[in-house]
Design a protein around this ligand. Structure first.
Ligand code: ADP
Ligand code: MG
Length: 280
């Protein structure tokens, strides 16, 4: 951002000077520990505005931790994270988050509509919050868009996996975010439910940055624009690297092996040196 833009921002011509920033997310030398476990080591990453980034890697590789760090939900040991130039805490409202399926108790006695509406709370306590007409209008519009409006009175435990994921996406969108972070949104869904989710994401990607953790290689070949392999350290592969050969090589290979870049074969560019910061 040049100094002119800042000046204009200050006198209020721009309501939000984040429009002037090309990168949606900038992560520099991020290290995260849980007690003595190092979950992320010196991770650097640039995600452009409206990029669709896939993140793959072995279980325990730090994928969920990276999303949580971007969201400001875990505190880094060191490093810096900027979301359209702001700290994660300040940028909280411009990010929508679809957590890993397994982190939900679906037997909780709550309806689909209530689940989606809760996205409007952003940290407030539901018991003491009265939803406004705007909250309800936004929720209904999103439920229609995601084809779950007719299910609004059902208890969330009575939804199929795909319907439930769509409810979680609707919930994440209620704050009208500019960035959507999804943690394995298609795990355990059948092919039809998966392609429904991807068609939604592709449409959302028209005016939103998307980061999706996935084990679904089919999605990477078809929908994802760039790829990060994360196994405590991160290696970024831009659009030009996602060639047909590479995608073919990824197909049918266990993700764990690919992400490590070790035996039995290495399909991605060698993971030496500065994988994380360059773009393409
Ligand atoms: P992934 O999503 O790639 O499976 P995670 O980010 O969940 O990986 O975990 C990365 C590492 O951090 C793992 O070793 C995991 O056991 C550890 N970890 C994750 N969350 C916690 C936590 N809340 N407390 C302690 N260790 C954790
Ligand atoms: Mg995870």
């Amino acid at each position: 951002m040049n100094s002119n833009t800042k000046e204009i921002g200050k006198i209020g011509l721009y309501e939000d000077d984040s429009d002037a920033i090309e990168n949606a997310i900038e992560v520099d030398n991020l290290t995260v520990y849980y007690q003595r476990v190092c979950a992320l080591s010196n991770v650097s990453l640039r995600v452009k505005d409206r990029e669709f980034l896939g993140i793959i890697g072995p279980n325990g590789g730090g994928k969920s931790t990276l999303l949580k760090a971007i969201l400001g939900l875990v505190t880094p040991y060191s490093g810096d994270i900027r979301i359209f130039g702001k700290s994660p805490k300040k940028a909280h409202g411009i990010m929508g988050y679809v957590p890993q399926f397994t982190s939900f108790h679906r037997d909780f006695p709550i309806s689909v509509e209530e689940t989606v509406l809760m996205g409007r709370l952003s940290g407030k306590i539901p018991m003491f919050h009265k939803y406004t007409k705007e909250d309800i209008d936004i929720t209904h519009t999103l439920m229609e868009k995601l084809e779950i409006y007719h299910l609004r009175n059902r208890q969330i435990g009575q939804l199929s996996g795909g319907q439930f994921q769509r409810a979680l996406i609707a919930r994440a969108l209620t704050t009208r975010p500019r960035i959507l972070l999804l943690d394995e949104p298609t795990a355990s869904l059948d092919t039809e439910a998966k392609s429904h989710i991807y068609s939604i994401l592709v449409e959302l990607n028209q005016d939103m940055t998307i980061i999706m953790v996935t084990h679904d290689m089919g999605a990477i070949s078809t929908h994802v624009e760039s790829l990060a392999c994360l196994n405590r350290e991160l290696f970024y592969h831009g659009r030009s690297e996602l060639s047909e050969d590479l995608i073919n090589a990824i197909h049918g290979c266990p993700v764990d092996i690919i992400a490590h870049g070790t035996i039995p074969h290495r399909v991605l560019r060698e993971h030496h040196g500065n994988g994380g910061t360059s773009h393409d």
